[in-house]
Design a protein around this ligand. Structure first.
Ligand SMILES: [Zn+2]
Length: 168
């Protein structure tokens, strides 16, 4: 006697196959890479203050970094798709919001949304959050993490984040 698979097509059961959505908050992350030049310099202070504060990053002739950007979106998987957020949509958003304006650019002088901002890693994660968050179609932005080098990175959890309530 043939085994009747409840979800297989063409069996006696007239009901459509159903998926079983799972409940749970999850975080998905996309990582992208870009190169950019910058200079850390606060024109409101003296040259010696700037040299002392920023060291080599104050070089008046610029220098570059190989940045790694990780962007995480949090939410419950959509019961229809199983996705918190479609990573190909996130890839497109990061391309338009961050990579096109920043990759192979000078962050001090070529990026409109960074005008007047000292492009430290800390300031960049806040500025990037502000560019990405309004463009998300599903889920909500959880974390923006930016590596300026293999050992140094900054992260931002959004304007509501307080250090005494660090999200996991
Ligand atoms: Zn630097």
């Amino acid at each position: 006697m043939p085994v009747s698979l409840p979800h297989s097509r063409g069996q006696a059961s007239p009901s459509k196959p159903r998926v079983r959505p799972l409940k749970g908050t999850t975080i998905v992350t996309r990582r992208v890479h870009f190169n950019a030049a910058h200079r850390l310099h606060n024109p409101e202070f003296s040259d010696s203050w700037n040299e002392g504060t920023y060291g080599p990053c104050n070089n008046p002739n610029w220098h570059g970094h190989n940045y790694e950007l990780e962007v995480s979106v949090i939410g419950e998987p959509d019961p229809r798709t199983g996705y918190v957020c479609n990573l190909s949509d996130l890839k497109q958003i990061l391309g338009e919001a961050i990579l096109t304006p920043c990759d192979h650019r000078n962050l001090n002088v070529e990026v409109g949304f960074l005008e007047g901002v000292i492009p430290t890693t800390e300031n960049l994660v806040i500025a990037f959050w502000n560019q990405i968050a309004p463009k998300l179609k599903s889920g909500r932005l959880h974390r923006v993490r930016l590596y300026e080098s293999e050992r140094n990175f900054a992260e931002y959890y959004g304007p509501k984040f307080r250090g005494d309530a660090l999200p996991d």
